[in-house]
Design a binder for this molecule. Structure first.
Ligand code: GLN
Length: 203
């Protein structure tokens, strides 16, 4: 049976994530309401602006329902702002900004600095077979990085070269996955395929 994966559709590149999930054999539905959330097996939290998504989650009465599902073990994948939303601890938060939490990580917003609004880098990602010989091309846009990983979370990828070398940009904790970058914009489906596999294994 193919899982139904929701894409939080308050802001960000919702359609690209839905297309990527569908090409990996999952059903993809936009989630804007609690009743839509109730019908999905898992959730993707897309990139965008985490402060805005935080506010919209409250305005749409979705903050508590999403947090409840995460606490109950719903698999989730957060990309960029989505990674921020899934972090238990946040550095550089805007005034009043909260996260849903779930991942035992400390994330720093806009970590790569103002001068470097966006950059691209090739990554080897643990759990993605073949990424050592065929690296995943990662696009970072005003991205966060993971400053610190607690004992419950596992590092999947670090930046290899340049001034940010060694910085953690992909993590997993059980059926929660997060990346600092945007795999939905490159046409490389391997991160989405990994998430769909995590979702299938959880059913
Ligand atoms: N800088 C954004 C934030 O803090 C994240 C950027 C993105 O998702 N591309 O939410």
């Amino acid at each position: 049976m193919s899982p139904t994966i929701g894409v939080l559709a308050l802001q960000g590149d919702v359609r690209e994530h839905a297309r990527a999930l569908e090409s990996c054999g999952a059903g993809a539905v936009p989630v804007r309401r609690a009743r839509e959330l109730a019908g999905v097996d898992a959730l993707v939290l897309p990139g965008g602006e985490s402060t805005t998504i935080d506010k919209l989650l409250r305005a749409f009465d979705l903050f508590d329902p999403v947090q409840d599902r995460l606490r109950a073990g719903m698999p989730a994948y957060g990309s960029c702002a989505g990674m921020i939303l899934l972090a238990d601890r946040l550095l550089g938060a805007a005034e009043g900004q909260q996260t849903l939490g779930g991942l035992d990580i400390t994330v720093r917003r806009n970590a790569f600095g103002r001068q470097v609004d966006s950059f691209e880098s090739d990554l080897v990602i643990d759990g993605i077979d073949g990424s050592d010989t065929q690296p995943v091309h990662a696009v970072f846009i005003r991205a966060p990085w993971v400053e610190e990983v607690g004992p419950a979370a596992t590092v999947l990828a670090r930046v290899v070269a340049g001034p940010a070398a060694g910085r953690i940009v992909a993590v997993r904790q059980g059926s929660l996955l997060a990346t600092s970058f945007h795999p939905e914009v490159t046409g490389d489906m391997r991160v989405h395929r990994l998430f769909v596999k995590i979702v299938r294994d959880s059913l």
